[in-house]
Design a binder for this molecule. Structure first.
Ligand code: HEM
Length: 155
């Protein structure tokens, strides 16, 4: 039992080391997972995701012209939609650069493209209904025509 605990501790340590290897000391880009960003969801430690980029906006909270409450609501999460909904100015977009700390991890971005695939699939099922309705209509018209012809022959 003791051994099991030990190995899980080792695995945890390895995970931490793996994350640290992305450190941008060499000028590379730092990647963060959604889970990592989510941990920074409080007023004195606030991160946001906007357009797959990660921002540490802790020091901006009090300065935000739209108030800190709206930012706190989005803290640790993807704020792309709400940021765009407000229709922020070019100035606001330029301000973002000051708080940039890295990119959202590629694995976490794929969820978006999976959604697109899903939409394409649902479009396919739409075309399935587009041919089914005319087919039923054609069969009905055919049946009515036959019935009409039989009626006329017998009379
Ligand atoms: C770090 C990210 C953000 C920056 C740098 C930023 C910056 C700004 C700036 C400069 C303004 C003044 C108006 C303008 O220039 O567009 C503003 C207004 C505002 N922002 Fe943000 N903002 C950010 C994120 C957000 C988010 C995530 C929300 C929504 C949840 C939000 C909601 C608002 C609102 C409601 C206003 C007030 C609009 C008004 O009174 O007309 N902002 N923001």
């Amino acid at each position: 039992m003791g051994e099991g605990t030990e190995s899980s501790v080792k695995r945890d340590n390895q995970d931490i080391k793996d994350e640290n290897t992305h450190a941008p000391e060499d000028g590379g880009v730092q990647y963060y997972t959604r889970a990592e960003v989510q941990a920074h969801n409080m007023i004195e430690d606030t991160w946001l995701i906007i357009h797959d980029k990660v921002y540490d906006i802790t020091r901006f909270m009090e300065e935000h012209p739209g108030g800190e409450e709206v930012l706190l609501e989005q803290a640790g999460a993807d704020a792309t939609e709400s940021f765009e909904d407000v229709g922020h100015s070019t100035d606001a977009r330029e301000m973002l650069q000051q708080y940039y700390i890295g990119e959202l991890h590629m694995d976490d971005r794929k969820k978006e493209s999976k959604k697109e695939v899903y939409i394409t699939t649902s479009k396919d099922s739409k075309s399935w209904t587009t041919w089914l309705i005319p087919t039923i209509a054609a069969v009905l018209v055919g049946a009515m025509y036959r019935y009409y012809m039989l009626e006329h022959r017998s009379s």
